[in-house]
Design a protein around this ligand. Structure first.
Ligand code: PRP
Ligand code: ZN
Length: 292
């Protein structure tokens, strides 16, 4: 029987959400003693827990068919291999948002990255940084570091850095100023799917359909409200991502009940606008599962 292997981050920013997203696809796992291999119990998909930076290479080397990793890391490895090998981005996952940015010491009077011509830039993403700087006609010397990039300017080993920023805490703590964003990234499911067997392909398609449902359910809300019948068109327009709501008469009232699945985020502003349009008894409920 065919099985698929998914590599995910062992510990770090993406690890918990990666496990969660697979579990919400109905996957259950039995953990090995060393906790690095999780056997899929109800669905033939196993997990490999590894360092995130290793995931694209594990895919390209055929150790696993799928991997959840930041787009920045996948891009770095594809550039490293000079486009000879392709990883397919199968689905962006909506978490692990960060950006690869150029940062300089706070006190440095530098206004744009064009002023970094010929300077030393420390980074753990040499290929991506070189590639993106080249697109902006900046020729810099890349100083490759495997970690603690943010301390390089203070140590005098670089003039600037190109590093991942998510909250900006690391930059502030090291008195660095974000000069420009080179690349925006989030976690995504990647696959090496050329030439896999038909049986694996079928498994993959089932997993992707479930994942699509999970992602859509996460973004969707079930909204119920009461409204005057004549406000129906206005109310429908105000419900984010809704075209055809269900409409029911309310016993003993000239008002109607409107139910709809909103395919986009529902904010307080939406509810306030609905209320202003005459809606009352507005309820917003989470959607647990969805299959189109
Ligand atoms: C990145 C980056 C910074 C930090 C920035 O590391 O190298 O250290 O996150 O985040 P902040 O803006 O919220 O302070 P990452 O989490 O990718 O760890 P890793 O390099 O060990 O994989
Ligand atoms: Zn990492």
């Amino acid at each position: 029987m065919s099985r698929l292997r998914v590599a995910i981050q062992k510990s770090g920013r993406l690890s918990e959400r990666s496990q969660e997203v697979l579990k919400s696809c109905g996957l259950k796992f039995a953990r090995s003693k060393d906790k690095l291999f999780w056997y899929g119990q109800d669905f033939p998909v196993d997990l490999l827990l590894v360092r995130d930076d290793d995931i694209p290479r594990l895919l390209l080397d055929g150790v696993c068919e799928l991997g959840i990793v930041g787009e920045n890391i996948a891009m770095e490895v594809m550039l490293e291999r000079d486009g000879r090998d392709q990883l397919h981005c199968l689905r962006k996952l909506g978490f692990g948002h960060c950006r690869l940015s150029i940062a300089v010491p706070e006190e440095r009077g530098c206004a744009s990255i064009s002023e970094l011509q010929g300077m030393r830039i420390a980074t753990s993403y040499p290929e991506l940084t070189r590639h993106l700087l080249k697109e902006q006609n900046v020729q810099a010397t890349i100083v490759e570091l495997s970690g603690s990039v943010e301390i390089a300017p203070g140590l005098g080993t670089a003039d600037a850095i190109s590093d991942l920023v998510s909250t900006g805490t690391t930059l502030r703590a090291n008195h660095l100023r974000e000069l420009d964003v080179l690349f925006r990234s989030e976690a995504a499911l990647y696959g090496r799917i050329d030439g896999i067997s038909a049986a694996k392909r079928e498994l993959l398609d089932r997993l992707l359909a479930r994942l699509e449902g999970v992602m859509q359910a996460a973004e969707s809300k079930y909204v119920m409200l009461h409204a005057p019948r004549e406000a129906l068109q206005k109310i429908t327009e105000l419900l984010p991502g809704v075209e055809h709501p269900s409409v029911m008469p309310l016993e003993g009232s000239d008002r109607i009940a409107v139910h709809a699945v909103c395919g986009e985020k529902v904010f307080w502003e939406h509810l306030e606008a609905l209320k202003a349009a005459g809606a009352s008894a507005i309820l917003v409920l989470p959607v647990e599962k969805m299959l189109a």
